[in-house]
Design a protein around this ligand. Structure first.
Ligand code: GDP
Ligand code: MG
Length: 410
């Protein structure tokens, strides 16, 4: 290579280098641009999802919550008379009855209609006015099982009816009365065992009610209704949004909080530690001298250990911070899930140290009978029942009313 040639190629090389460098720079810029655009798109997508979630939530939940709070006296119809009679049968005086009570009983009776259809109506048809026979007991057995009452409770009822039948003639109406007493005894047993007829916050202490259960059974809704019930009954109430798993859970709770005039303690950051939320909520509850702290929890499947771990972590925090707090772990069960709900109850009862159950969605399911199986087979006192999506559609459990509604004739 001559000097000249070498100079030329050096120049060529440096030109090439400069060109390549420029190209690389451009490529880099292009990549950066693409990266930016991608990020921008992702951001937009996220915003869109957030909007959608909010919309979904707004449409579903807010409209459901908003059809309350003033009750009106309805017609003097069958619902009214039946409800009034159920109240009278419990010793209520005429001047003690409220529209809310009548409303609720009508709702409960209507709600249990589907359960009744596959059960009582058929039973009454089969029994007629004639005395009970061993065959009608067989029919009753099938019907009770079909109504998700559970094998144990069904056996118990049938055996005592059979015994009675061996001793005397039992007329149709008397048979129904006997059946009601038996069913009531089954539901009452765990309530009596607990030594507490109705669950109310104890005054002078902090009561913490953990609302637990699998996804979608109605925990958050139930908690909202409980907040309403409790604040209306003049308990100083606070809500802890410890379901930090579901995106819209906090907003959903805040809507309920507003409706019931109860503050919600929450941590907006994604995947916040539920126990930390409870920690903050207890501090707030102590500062405000609250009577009741309602804790919403996440509902990932009970088979996953971390849910149980989370619950015990929450309990530890409560024990440590307020050793004399009264903790209730209330399992929420969706009646429409029938035997599946019973399974959930059994598995939660094993590991979550439950103190009671709340049955939801008794409106419009044919499986309300599962409440009996929960009492008989899981030995859990039923504390509240829900029959609708409105803020007033939850009441303390009353076994008399429940069995009357379950077996309301016609
Ligand atoms: N019909 C009816 N729907 C209910 C009742 N309780 C809750 N729901 C509905 O069940 C769905 C799930 O409720 P949610 O409280 O979000 O369940 P969570 O996942 O356990 O917190 C919502 O659409 C509620 O409106 C009830 O008593 N009756
Ligand atoms: Mg929830």
């Amino acid at each position: 290579m001559t000097n000249n040639e070498s100079d030329n190629s050096l120049e060529w090389a440096s030109q090439a280098y400069a060109l390549l460098k420029e190209k690389q720079e451009l490529q880099k810029q292009e990549l950066q641009k693409q990266e930016l655009e991608k990020k921008e798109l992702e951001k937009k997508e996220l915003e869109k999802q957030k909007e959608q979630l909010k919309e979904e939530f707004d449409q579903n939940d807010i409209s459901k919550i908003q059809n309350e709070t003033e009750s009106n006296l309805g017609e003097f119809d069958e619902d009214f008379t039946w409800s009034a009679m159920v109240l009278a049968a419990q010793g209520k005086k005429v001047n003690e009855i409220s529209i809310d009570e009548i409303d609720w009983l009508s709702k409960l009776r209507r709600g249990l209609e589907e359960t009744r259809k596959g059960f009582v109506t058929e039973l009454l048809d089969k029994l007629g006015d004639d005395p009970l026979t061993p065959e009608s007991l067989d029919d009753l057995e099938t019907l009770l099982i079909r109504a998700d009452v559970g094998i144990d409770s069904t056996d118990r009822v049938i055996n005592s009816l059979r015994k009675k039948l061996n001793e005397e003639v039992v007329g149709g109406e008397e048979g129904i009365k006997f059946l009601k007493d038996e069913l009531r005894a089954i539901i009452e047993k765990p309530i009596k065992n607990s030594g507490l007829n109705v669950l109310v916050p104890q005054k002078g202490k902090l009561n913490v009610w953990l609302i637990v259960g699998v996804n979608g059974v109605g925990k958050t809704t139930t908690l909202g209704k409980l907040a309403y019930l409790s604040s209306k009954s003049n308990y100083k109430t606070l809500i802890a949004a410890a379901d930090t798993f579901r995106a819209a859970a906090v907003e959903q709770l805040q809507v309920w909080g507003e409706r019931s005039n109860v503050d919600v303690i929450a941590n907006q950051s994604k995947n916040a530690d539920p126990a930390a939320v409870v920690f903050d909520a207890i501090n707030a509850a102590n500062k405000r001298n609250s009577d009741l702290l309602l804790v919403d929890t996440a509902g990932r499947l009970q088979t996953k250990n971390n849910l149980m771990d989370e619950l015990s972590k929450i309990k530890k925090i409560i024990d440590k911070k307020v050793p004399n707090a009264i903790i209730e772990s209330l399992l929420v069960l969706d009646a429409s899930q029938g035997q599946n709900g019973l399974k959930q109850a059994k598995s939660f009862a094993k590991s979550a140290n439950l103190s009671g159950a709340i049955i939801t969605k008794l409106d419009g399911t044919s499986r309300g009978g599962v409440s009996l199986a929960i009492s008989a087979e899981v030995n859990l006192p039923i504390r509240f029942i829900g029959a609708g999506e409105g803020i007033k559609d939850l009441r303390p459990f009353n076994s008399f009313e429940f069995v009357e509604a379950l077996l309301a004739d016609r």
